[in-house]
Design a protein around this ligand. Sequence first.
Ligand code: ARG
Length: 465
Amino acid sequence: VRGALWGGRFADGPSPELEALSRSTHFDWRLTPYDLAGSRAHARALHRAGLLDDEALAVLLGGLDALGERYAAGDLHPDPSDEDVHGALERLLLEEVGPEVGGRLRAGRSRNDQIATLFKVFLRDHVRVVSSQLLDLVDVLVAQADAHLGDRPTVMPGRTHLQHAQPVLLSHHLLAHAWPLLRDVDRLADWDRRVAGDSPYGSGALAGSSLGLDPEAVAAELGFTGSSANSIDGTAARDFVAELAYVTAQVGVDLSRLAEEVILWATREFAFVTLHDSWSTGSSIMPQKKNPDIAELARGKAGRLIGNLTGLMATLKALPLAYNRDLQEDKEPVFDSVDTLEVLLPAMSGMVATLVFDRDRLAELAPEGFSLATDVAEWLVREGVAFRVAHELAGACVRRCEELGVGLADLSEEQLAAVSPLLTPGVRDVLTVEGSVSSRSGRGGTAAVRVREQLAEVGTRAAAL
Ligand code: ARG
């Protein structure tokens, strides 16, 4: 009966309702080139095992190549009656090379080991793209950081709790967004190394193959470094999908934290940054509007990436071994995750590359909110005062400033001495943003010397990934 891959034991064909539910070609058809590559490797394995003669191998490889060419030309399509990409390609191969030779290829493999393998190869390709796009964004952050590290590095108000905390260099802050992205690239490389070692082809439906095939050779042909040690694990495991969904969700979260800052910085209230016209949008009704849509979409898409991870974990939870059809639900979420990042990352890079920071505004706000109070306390510590006392005295200076309605640097020598005789005129030397920033020169600090080293360190790390 009908049902291309499994008609034999059925007296009746599948109901249209079942077909509609079961069909996956609308999302798995893009796996075609990967399925064909797997089929070529499998055909060679059958040939080496003596199950295909030279001529049959040549015919099969020719047929698979022909399908590949038709696909590349946009000329190969699944039928509504095809259940999935594997079934459709078998049907098309039979049409291409005839049922006798075409019908030999399915020996010793199952859609279960097939899908697990080619899904990995597909994702490895996309991970390479996403990694390189992430490194492009790191480059853009590094270029902005570099541009603001000249003779007079750009200072800005550093914040905790979104409140003014201590002045920092803008370059230091921008690089703080580069490091998480570098770790994400590292996570992807780590994911790839693990996935590369585990090609499921040869696992069959779940129990392995009796036909003397060589899974290691198939693995090597498909770019893997090894094949599955356990055929049940090979066909049932999807932690590689979940792990990638996590890393892509983490990228989304990292991008959305940067995006949220750009959105805030571009407000009239902050006015730290101007977005380039080509990387912002207008309003259909309010003529004056210039909106940070790229950043907002980044923030929004982070939710979608997290949702993809959450949905996948829910699908996988408590699934018994080995393959279950539930696993067909593993593709759309992670396809969506890589597709989302592949359009989002270039847009983010363009937006960040063209941000124009208002140096004067940033410098003017840097000492606001008594952000040099810690410098007063640390100056006292260097003078031999216990930090507990120093903290109290610096706090008393802030209180005095609030009474007088002035900033810390505006306190006269007399006013300082009135707070405490320990506050001798020397303390005024640290009451500048430049002095504060350059004093934070320990490793990882915001002093320009350290940030220049950091810039080089980011470059070295990025080059090593
Ligand atoms: N299309 C399926 C999937 O994506 C693979 C087919 C396995 N089907 C089966 N009945 N064993 O998981």
